[in-house]
Design a protein around this ligand. Structure first.
Ligand SMILES: Nc1ncnc2c1ncn2[C@@H]1O[C@H](COP(=O)(O)OP(=O)(O)O)[C@@H](O)[C@H]1O
Ligand SMILES: [Mg+2]
Length: 236
């Protein structure tokens, strides 16, 4: 089943189009990685799906329902969650407050308890200010915040960018577990090889267009993709 359909998506921040006609789907239960060089439009695509891009045209449909005109709040309520590249937690609030301020959550207390059980490092630091957390702990908190509303689609923008090298595998392992929880994933990642390794499919953006799209294994084996977009094979 297809969860999200993106068709002829164009748009940008001002008059210039950054997205130049994107066609892409996310299947239910899949992880899809979006790779591509700096400035290709990956974060812009993530924002457009969440409803955060000022100017868009085309079609974005969740379960067959066109949501392109819907504001962020409506998309959240429909089950889309977004973890931006930066600024994804409230630094001055405690860990627990960061979870409490998420709006529209059914049984919020029980959900917080569930998430603290799933993230022991956060449970241990529940009273600490988010600003005092390590990069890895902050990322876990951003992740937990996004999970509060029990989303069906999680958009992750560079989830491993702020992590110490030792924390990266752990983060990908957590993302790999999302489909089993009923969460499909649209993941933007610079660490494209590692991201593709846990993905069903991958897409490479170039100049706001889909340059390549296919099974993750196909992209990983493609010499052109490797040379242009995926970095050296040895890169961790
Ligand atoms: N807030 C913004 N306002 C104007 N232009 C932006 C903004 N954010 C990104 N851009 C431009 O959009 C293009 C794509 O950026 P982005 O989507 O962040 O690329 P990526 O995430 O693939 O590195 C770049 O040319 C960038 O300068
Ligand atoms: Mg980006």
């Amino acid at each position: 089943m297809t969860l999200l359909v993106i068709e002829r998506l164009t748009g940008g921040y001002g008059e210039t189009d950054i997205l130049n006609g994107i066609d892409l789907t996310i299947e239910t239960g899949e992880i899809l990685t979006v790779a591509g060089t700096n400035g290709a439009g990956k974060s812009t695509l993530a924002r457009a799906v969440m409803g955060l891009l000022p100017r868009v045209a085309g079609r974005v449909a969740l379960d067959g329902r066109d949501i392109l005109a819907e504001p962020v709040e409506a998309r959240l309520a429909l089950g889309i969650a977004y973890v931006p590249q930066v600024g994804n937690v409230f630094a001055s609030l405690s860990v627990i407050e960061n979870l409490q301020v998420v709006q529209g959550v059914r049984d919020a207390r029980a959900r917080i308890a569930e998430l603290l059980a799933a993230f022991p490092a956060l449970a241990e630091r529940r009273r600490a200010r988010a600003g005092s957390l390590s990069g890895g702990e902050r990322q876990q908190l951003a992740f937990a915040r996004a999970l509060m509303a029990r989303p069906r689609l999680m958009i992750l923008d560079e989830p491993t960018a702020a992590l110490a090298p030792a924390r990266i595998a752990e983060s990908f392992a957590r993302i790999r577990g999302l489909p089993a929880l009923g969460v499909s994933v649209l993941m933007v990642e610079q660490r494209a090889r590692q991201a593709l390794a846990i993905s069903a499919r991958g897409c490479i953006l170039d100049g706001g267009r889909v340059a390549m799209l296919g099974p993750a294994a196909t992209l990983l084996a493609d010499e052109g993709a490797a040379a242009l977009y995926l970095g050296r094979a040895a890169t961790a």
